[in-house]
Design a protein around this ligand. Structure first.
Ligand SMILES: O=C(O)CCC(=O)C(=O)O
Ligand SMILES: [Fe+2]
Length: 283
């Protein structure tokens, strides 16, 4: 089937700037653990993204059920395949709209699937540090159509290279840590596996029309949103690579099975959706 035949009316085109996609450097992404897609949205893309988020806020729990999978621009699939490779699945998607006064989120990381492959506990020992990029990977991509700047707060901070410690930092516990707690505790003695330099916090000021992709073991922090600012609009899109040890299944565990079956039976499960919702190891 040609792409044209699949295009429904109203599909977004030219959502992303191809030159920003082309400048992706996989080696840096693997070494540092994150990549900022600065100014990747076209003006139209940015406008449409913000408008969609405003609409999605009202739809709330219908976010998955009512998503028009056919309308997702194939360029988004390009982003996910750049960070995940050829085969990847939908893990979860959440709106993260933060109004003035939002306290953001303290330092934490995430596990892959339900944490069954973790080699470290939520604080970790540091003994598994490696230069090898983890292929069983969940990559989170945040789209901030109106930005997430230090000036307005709710900015995003990372610790480049800390993912190489393979610690799902405080993913399942309380997360009280601000920067100074990290600096006096967890960061002490930790170095970048490639450079030997001490690991350091990097506060990103993400301009409007940008996204950031980062791996699940990279600790991150979201600052406080300042008083008098507008809503910080955000969409989290988490996708992951297949798990070779998963049981054979028709659908992956992130998709409500009854929904997949009903949608498939009605002939509405597009090839894109089929690909995203299928099981790690097809039956
Ligand atoms: O609120 C945010 O911007 C980021 C939240 C977060 O920790 C995540 O998406 O993993
Ligand atoms: Fe997070």
């Amino acid at each position: 089937m040609t792409q044209q035949k699949l295009d429904p009316p109203g599909r977004l085109t030219d959502l992303l700037r191809p030159e920003v996609l082309t400048s992706f450097d996989r080696e840096t992404f693997e070494r540092e653990g994150y990549w900022v897609w600065e100014n990747v949205l076209t003006d139209e893309g940015r406008h449409r993204w913000t408008a969609s988020l405003e609409k999605l806020q009202q739809m709330n729990d219908e976010i998955v059920m009512d998503t028009d999978w056919e309308a997702i621009d194939p360029q988004m699939m390009d982003i996910f395949s750049k960070v995940l490779g050829e085969r990847f699945f939908y893990d979860h998607m959440l709106m993260l709209n933060r109004p003035a006064g939002s306290e953001g989120r303290r330092w934490h990381g995430h596990p892959y699937r339900q944490g069954q492959h973790e080699v470290e506990d939520p604080v970790g020992t540091g003994e598994f540090v490696t230069k090898e990029f983890l292929h069983q990977q969940c990559v989170r991509t945040l789209c901030y159509p109106e930005g997430a700047t230090i000036e307005d707060g709710c900015e995003f901070a990372v610790i480049p290279g800390a993912h190489l410690y393979r610690i799902p930092f405080k993913w399942s516990t309380q997360r009280p840590d601000y920067d100074d707690d990290m600096e006096t505790n967890w960061l002490k003695g930790k170095t970048h596996a490639f450079t030997g330099e001490p690991l350091k916090i990097r506060r990103l000021s993400i301009p409007p029309g940008s996204m950031v992709s980062f791996v699940h073991h990279l600790p991150h922090h979201v600052g406080h949103r300042k008083a008098g600012t507008d809503m910080r609009w955000g969409l989290l899109m988490a996708y992951r690579t297949p798990d070779p040890t998963a049981e054979p299944a028709k659908w992956n565990e992130s998709a409500p099975i009854y929904w997949c079956e009903r949608t498939e039976a009605a002939g509405n499960l597009s090839p894109t959706a089929q690909r995203l919702f299928e099981g790690d190891n097809p039956i």
